[in-house]
Design a protein around this ligand. Structure first.
Ligand code: SAH
Ligand code: SF4
Length: 405
């Protein structure tokens, strides 16, 4: 166990040093040694302050014996300035900083690796305290910077075209781990609100690993933290949650966090969608679209995005395009055509670009503007559906094999 005056508060410094060091050194043996170090599970008995919503932080701090305003100060340091070390909190007296540091920590996921794509996309493989991993991707564009975050390690759903769905071990990320991805990216981009007006990270999409509506409580807490005006201050209009169609949770999502909604539609008949997005067998297209029609806050200024992956010969005929238009008629909507991103072992081909263009023309004639999503970070396997970590639970045969080694 780590002594109370050491531990995770020092880990973020270590992880960024680790990333820098990794980019400087070349010998494989030295890299392997550092990766092995990063892989060690972290045991820190101190309570993590990251991931507590504001009212929860106030409760923890007042129960600890400090006045409520200390919680506001801590909130400012953690989310406005990105502090991970109580010692930097200069408006707290030194003995109070020491008391806090003995009982609490301000966590970050650890960076196992960082890859920079030729198009500016950055992908981090992050490791959490128990050794599980997930990926986070930053996509810079001219007018915005979008962070694509994960909600689970792996995914229990098994969409046939998605790499994440092939990963066996699945667990929900905690609220600290969900918002921790944003904090980590802001560390690396020097992008906390206190850094100034030109914020590089302006948008969040819950489109990484996992089904966010299967981990709604933690995702909702993390997003309420991200939206707080005295902290990260990311507006709900700049946050989009993508779901494969967990119908019973959609109304709560709209009512409780009110973020933009994206729906992974991908098929225009139940027969096709059952195959591509198996959760459709539970909640078929009609139920899904009814839930979209009644999504709180949806109007022409705030449209629902329908995501549609282009799979050659499967869902990409012009007839499918016409069916798509007919299906979503009356819903204030945007359509996002996603060229299929291949991954090792995937069974599909991406429709060819001219064909995608013809499909898009049908949608454009029906009034949907520029619907094709440009794939980003393909060279580092960071594009939609390519995320996957090595975290997995050994099956019995694998356990026996390891035991026999
Ligand atoms: N689980 C959620 C969010 C993560 S996936 C969901 O399914 O909506 C983000 C988007 O990428 C989804 O629309 C998903 O269907 C799509 N996607 C998955 N695999 C893909 C692939 N190989 N190529 C292109 N898009 C993919
Ligand atoms: Fe899970 Fe979304 Fe991938 Fe389907 S597309 S397996 S829901 S992450």
């Amino acid at each position: 166990m780590v002594a109370p005056d050491r531990g995770i508060a020092h880990v973020p410094a270590m992880s960024s040093t680790l990333t820098e060091t990794l980019s400087e050194i070349t010998p494989d043996a030295a890299k392997a040694e550092l990766y092995a170090f990063a892989a060690k599970p972290v045991v820190d008995p101190r309570r993590d302050l990251v991931g507590l919503e504001r009212s929860e932080l106030e409760a923890v701090i007042t129960e600890f014996g400090l006045p409520r305003f200390r919680a506001n100060q801590l909130w400012h340091w953690i989310y406005h300035r990105g502090a991970v070390d109580f010692d930097l909190m200069t408006n707290l007296a030194k003995p109070i900083r020491a008391l806090l540091a003995a009982s609490f920590r301000i966590s970050r996921p650890r960076v196992v690796s960082r890859q920079d794509s030729s198009d500016g996309t950055i992908k981090w493989l992050l490791r959490f305290d128990d050794g599980n991993e997930a990926e986070t991707v930053f996509i810079p564009e001219d007018d915005r910077g979008t962070l694509c975050i994960s909600s689970q390690v792996g995914c229990t759903l098994t969409c046939s075209f998605c790499h994440t769905g092939t990963q066996r071990l699945v667990r929900n990320l905690t609220a600290a781990e969900v918002v921790g991805q944003v904090l980590l990216a802001l560390d690396e981009l020097a992008g906390f609100p206190s850094a100034g007006v030109n914020r590089r990270l302006t948008n969040i999409v819950l489109m990484g690993m996992g089904e966010p509506l299967y981990n709604f409580e933690n995702v909702a807490s993390a997003m309420r933290i991200a939206m707080d005006g005295e902290g990260l201050a990311l507006s709900r209009r700049r946050i989009t949650l993508s779901t494969s169609g967990v119908v019973p949770m959609m109304a709560r999502c709209g009512a409780e966090i009110g973020v933009n909604l994206a729906i992974s539609l991908h098929g225009t008949t139940d027969e096709i969608r059952d195959e591509l997005v198996p959760v459709n067998r539970k909640w078929p297209i009609k139920d899904l679209l009814d839930a979209c029609r009644s999504y709180p806050g949806v109007n022409n200024a705030r449209r629902i995005t329908f995501e549609y992956v282009m799979l050659e010969g499967v869902n990409d005929s012009l007839e499918h395009a016409r069916q798509l238009v007919a299906l979503i008629k009356g819903i204030p909507a945007k359509i996002n055509l996603i060229p299929f991103n291949p991954w090792p072992g995937s069974a599909y081909e991406c429709s060819d670009p001219d064909h995608i263009e013809r499909f898009a023309q049908v949608l454009m004639k029906a009034g949907y503007a520029s619907p094709v999503r440009t794939p980003r970070g393909r060279d580092i396997l960071a594009a939609c559906g390519q995320l996957k970590s090595e975290s997995h639970k050994l099956n019995r045969r694998e356990q026996r094999a390891v035991a026999a080694e």
